[in-house]
Design a binder for this molecule. Structure first.
Ligand code: NAG
Ligand code: NAG
Ligand code: NAG
Ligand code: NAG
Length: 392
């Protein structure tokens, strides 16, 4: 009897324990279970599914199946208890009435989450063409910023895989305060003439990798802002677009160093710029160090290699004060292909803080079949193998 009683109690305790485990488990969450049906706005369904996933103590996967959906703005916040994957196989479009996203900074934002994965063969279509003509912030100081397709903020150990970002109204993806976030097989599509549609902007982050990614857009394919370290850009195709850019820096106060960048095995095609570091002439100091560009093919790139410490678009500054941003340990290795202008390389460093330890190795760029020239100032590059010859 006593033994039977013990067994009975243990069984009850065990089954309670199991029930708790089941309650804490989210597993596979199809958004149709949360009212997310094709041709309707699924923003609320995504938020509900995420809320359940975020509370679960075991990994969960939210699925948006193939089909066409509309999505208003979504702002997901952690911290969460276990890894979460959002697999998007459908085409998700912004509301056709652009007013629905007025004043919204990010169409899809996720923040403060560890181990988040965005995956699937789906497309996020920001319906930019209806809004691009209002995107005049370069000329109009009172302009309203349009919303970006993605905000990835304060994420750790996360992955953005395979999905496509199409026709964002503004930047496609803004990566801020992230640690160890990898983009792999991500795709970015927008026309060359779409304004301000930077592909991936990275700021104040460590350990971001962009791998196997095709980016065609109207502004920088990838741009790297202050406080960013250990970035790898590998097997990336860029074009159309404005190239891969570090900066601009020196426009805002208290900028943190940019340290550690490897751009490797990339192709830039029909872009305005290839690989570039740009800083504003101003009193504001910061450092840029350990920037490495290697095994890069340029095809009809207007300005393939640029360091520009006199960056001052739309005459928003004076060039009298030299930039105080210190650039050092920069290498350009095995860079070949065609330039769209006769100048293949332009290294215009600051006369206040000249560039240091700049290495050029095997840079072979032609324009209409002839070797390109180079312009250099306040820099003494260490040259190995072929390279455009610096004229003053
Ligand atoms: C991400 O990592 C940083 C640095 O380790 C940590 O301070 C932060 O709390 C982490 N974020 C989350 C959501 O856990
Ligand atoms: C990122 O990875 C590096 C190296 O594995 C590790 O030292 C660092 O703590 C990680 N950072 C975050 C925020 O996860
Ligand atoms: C270089 O990148 C391309 C994709 O852009 C890829 O197909 C190729 O395998 C990469 N080569 C190496 C050596 O990684
Ligand atoms: C070269 O690139 C420019 C844009 O920078 C483009 O207008 C032109 O058509 C391209 N030429 C070729 C041959 O693709």
């Amino acid at each position: 009897m006593e033994n039977n009683m013990k067994f009975f109690i243990i069984t009850i305790v065990l089954s309670l324990f199991q029930t708790n485990l089941v309650l804490g488990q989210a597993g596979n969450l199809d958004i149709s279970r949360f009212g997310g049906k094709p041709n309707t706005d699924i923003a609320k369904a995504i938020v509900s599914a995420f809320t359940q996933a975020c509370a679960a103590t075991t990994p969960s996967k939210i699925v948006i199946p193939a089909g066409k959906y509309i999505m208003g703005s979504v702002d997901l916040k952690g911290p969460c208890k276990a890894p979460i994957e959002l697999q998007v196989d459908g085409t998700v479009s912004a509301p056709t009435d652009a007013a629905a996203l007025k004043g919204v900074e990010y169409w899809f934002k996720i923040s403060h989450v560890n181990s988040f994965t965005l995956s699937g063969v789906g497309v996020f279509d920001g319906l930019g063409p209806t809004s691009w003509k209002q995107n005049d912030c370069t000329k109009n100081k009172d302009c309203k910023m349009l919303c970006m397709n993605f905000g990835f903020h304060f994420l750790n150990d996360s992955t953005i895989r395979d999905v496509t970002s199409k026709d964002s109204k503004n930047f496609h993806a803004n990566v801020l305060e992230c640690g160890n976030v990898t983009f792999d097989g991500f795709k970015i599509i927008a026309p060359a003439e779409s304004p301000n549609t930077d592909g991936i902007h990275i700021g104040r982050s460590n350990g971001v990798k962009i791998l196997n990614t095709n980016i065609g857009t109207g502004d920088d394919c990838i741009s790297i802002g202050d406080g960013t370290s250990n970035v790898v850009v590998q097997n990336v195709n860029c074009g159309p677009g404005h190239g891969i850019s570090v900066g601009s820096l020196g426009r805002y106060e208290n900028e943190e160093p940019v340290e550690g960048l490897l751009v490797k095995n990339c192709t830039l095609k029909n872009t305005d710029n290839g690989v570039r570091i740009k800083t504003w002439p101003s009193d504001l100091g910061a450092t840029v160090t350990d920037m490495n560009f290697e095994d890069i093919t340029m095809i009809n790139v207007s300005n393939p290699i640029i360091v520009d410490q006199e960056y001052c678009p739309w005459n928003q500054c004076t060039k009298e004060k030299p930039s105080k941003i210190k650039i050092s340990k920069v290498s350009f290795k095995n860079i070949k292909g065609t330039s769209g202008t006769k100048e293949g390389m332009s290294l215009i460093c600051s006369k206040g803080v000249p560039c240091e330890e700049v290495q050029i190795a095997n840079v072979d760029l032609t324009f209409n079949g002839a070797e390109t020239s180079a312009k250099c100032a306040n820099v003494k590059p260490i040259i190995t193998g072929k390279a455009p010859v610096c004229a003053a």
